[in-house]
Write a protein that binds this ligand. Sequence first.
Ligand code: DX5
Ligand code: ZN
Length: 213
Amino acid sequence: MKVAPSIIAADFSRFHEEIAAVEKAGADLLHLDVMDGVFVPNLTFGPMIVEAINRISSLELDAHLMIVNPERYLDQYIKAGVDWLSFHVEATEKPEYCIQYIKEQDIKVGIALNPETPFENIKKFVERLDYLLVMTVHPGFCGQKFLSEVVDKIKEIRNWIEKQRLECILEVDGGINDTNCRIVRQAGADIIVAGAGIFKKSDYKKAIENLRC
Ligand code: DX5
Ligand code: ZN
């Protein structure tokens, strides 16, 4: 199980230190929550900040775009140096275009799914994706409560990936902590994202180890 700390939960006044700390603590990826204040009611950061993070971290950058019409900004985030790039299927009328565009840049392409979005809606895309990002909170904020009703969807997706013998990686994001991580792993997650579950703890190394359950 890989662990991707979500820096939205870090202390932004000590950004550099916080990133170095999770890197040292054994993080596998760095999860970047990009929010536009439209698709979600919160605003975070743009490609300039991502570019700066890329300069100070050797971790692979996993950008989770929570923005409407992500096709407008793919290029900027790719140029900023992301290694994994996901967009929300609910936020675009051009999912095919987005998949193709990201694939051509030779980075990992993923689709993110809101808790209430059925797997059925994106099934046809999965064989072309490197990963799926299943949300277990309503996107917008860190520190929310894990929505256990999504667990069945995680299992459904895992079963389908196995049945179809696909390579698609399953990433789960939202409200994951050291008590529910086992449920998420058993449901079939390959990567878990954690914000508060890491950055709100005093020992990041221990927090990451606990999340690997
Ligand atoms: C929610 C974000 C998540 C979130 C993770 O919109 O996509 O990545 O910040 O934070 P926790 O683990 O605190 O829910
Ligand atoms: Zn996220």
